[in-house]
Design a protein around this ligand. Structure first.
Ligand SMILES: Nc1ncnc2c1ncn2[C@@H]1O[C@H](COP(=O)(O)OP(=O)(O)OP(=O)(O)O)[C@@H](O)[C@H]1O
Length: 255
């Protein structure tokens, strides 16, 4: 049977029944999502719906209260964040994480180095530097940033900084990309460029996109999951989400 977007067969990452409590608050409640290579799976929802908490659980930054996370069939639910990153789950952040006084290439190389097995073994630096340099240059090439590799990262435009964040994530050689609002604060042209990049990156990666820009979400997503108050109220193909009465009532309004 063909693997249609929206079916769970062959998912690279599968989260089942994820729940996260903060004291008495259930920030995420029994949420299941599947991510497939070749697809952008967008997670949308109002402020405080639990989207970042979901990403934080998938990336291993916070432990789950309940539920399981399978990567390629292996249970990674209890793997600490650095090991999870090494197993192939990469993420970008809402806030910028670049070092502004370092060059674009250096920022990317530091991510590559951190992802390599022995980042502390500085005496191996020559060979390791070559390897991390090659990975960093490839990531810059993939994200269209090769031209600005020698520039100070802090001098980049906002849009290029967000591209650099994706490049830094790619430099960790992930199979899954968890992207937390990569379009925040972008103008129309920068958004177009980022969407073109995501369309390219989904080939070879399973992408989870948390994003508030609904026009962009409907342009790029292969599947959309809608969260309200920590719960999933719908998860379907974009056309079905657009016409879903519950989603319209809870979230999309006239969109
Ligand atoms: N570390 C924490 N401690 C206590 N409560 C938290 C913590 N992190 C998140 N929350 C709460 O959990 C709920 C979900 O927050 P979360 O940031 O995941 O939502 P979100 O959908 O990402 O929101 P936004 O779109 O504004 O980024 C909110 O009520 C938030 O206040």
């Amino acid at each position: 049977m063909m693997n249609q977007p929206g079916t769970s067969a062959g998912a690279l990452l599968r989260a089942n029944g994820l729940t996260r409590r903060f004291g008495g608050l259930k920030a995420v409640s029994n949420v299941s999502v599947d991510l497939h290579v070749g697809e952008v799976h967008a997670v949308i929802g109002t402020n405080g719906a639990g989207k970042s908490t979901l990403i934080n659980m998938l990336s291993g930054e916070i432990p789950v209260s309940d539920g399981t996370i399978l990567l390629d069939g292996a249970d990674v639910t209890r793997l600490p964040q650095p090991k999870r990153a090494r197993s192939g789950i990469g993420r970008s952040y809402q806030r910028t994480t670049i070092f502004p006084t370092f060059t674009v290439l250096e920022n990317c190389r530091m991510s590559a180095q951190a992802a390599l097995q022995r980042p502390w073994a500085l005496w191996e630096s020559a060979a390791q530097c070559r390897q991390s340099n090659a990975i960093a240059r490839q990531a810059l090439d993939d994200t269209g940033l090769s031209d600005v590799a020698p520039m100070q990262a802090g001098s980049l435009s906002h849009g290029k900084k967000r591209q650099l964040e994706i490049a830094m994530c790619l430099a960790t050689s992930p199979r899954v990309l968890l992207l937390d609002e990569p379009l925040a604060g972008m103008g129309a042209e920068e958004t177009d460029r980022m969407l073109a990049l995501l369309a390219k990156l989904k080939h070879g990666h399973a992408v989870l996109l948390v994003e508030h820009d609904m026009d962009a979400v409907f342009r790029i997503a292969d599947r959309i999951t809608v969260m309200v108050n920590g719960e999933v109220i719908a998860s379907d193909l974009p056309s079905a989400i657009r016409s879903n009465a519950d989603v319209q009532a809870a979230y999309l309004g006239d969109h």
